[in-house]
Design a binder for this molecule. Structure first.
Ligand code: CA2
Length: 137
């Protein structure tokens, strides 16, 4: 089973900046843990700070992979383009957030991704990604 985690802008800073909000683990080390925990899966990871690159990657994998786990970060709340591509592909998308966006500022309560997603998991810290993987199993 082929599953890709796609992270949006600034998530490359995880574990390096604002540990009080986003924790002190880097995504690379968390991803290595996920790969050993789910060694039966073909797990991939992609991150970009650029909206068009995220759209290109979703188009590239969205007709052949079994699952996409998408944390579009700030683009979640702004990007019609990402919302459209999630609806245009065949591969199911699980939307993930580290924080509980509904406990935060009002602008984070809106998601352009959710209406095209299979489901949404948020607020469980990095564990949200593991729960998303489990949702595909
Ligand atoms: O909770 C999440 O996963 C978010 O998608 C994170 C985004 C935020 O804009 C969304 O509203 C909720 C922000 C990601 C920024 O990540 C950083 C990590 C470390 C230091 C600074 C930013």
């Amino acid at each position: 089973m082929k599953i890709i985690i796609i992270n949006g802008p600034n998530l490359n800073l995880l574990g390096k900046r604002e540990p009080e909000v986003y924790g002190s683990t880097t995504f690379d080390s968390y991803f290595a843990e996920l790969q050993s925990k789910f060694s039966e899966l073909q797990l991939e990871y992609y991150q970009s700070n650029i909206e068009g690159e995220l759209i290109d990657k979703i188009q590239e994998v969205g007709f052949s992979y079994d699952g996409i786990i998408l944390n579009a970060a700030a683009y979640t709340h702004t990007s019609v383009g990402l919302g459209d591509v999630v609806k245009a592909i065949n591969t199911p998308v699980v939307e993930v957030h580290i924080s509980n966006t509904h406990k935060r500022e009002d602008f984070r309560h809106v998601s352009y991704i959710s209406s095209g997603a299979k489901g949404v998991i948020l607020g469980f810290g990095l564990k949200s990604y593991e729960l998303a993987i489990r949702s595909f199993l």
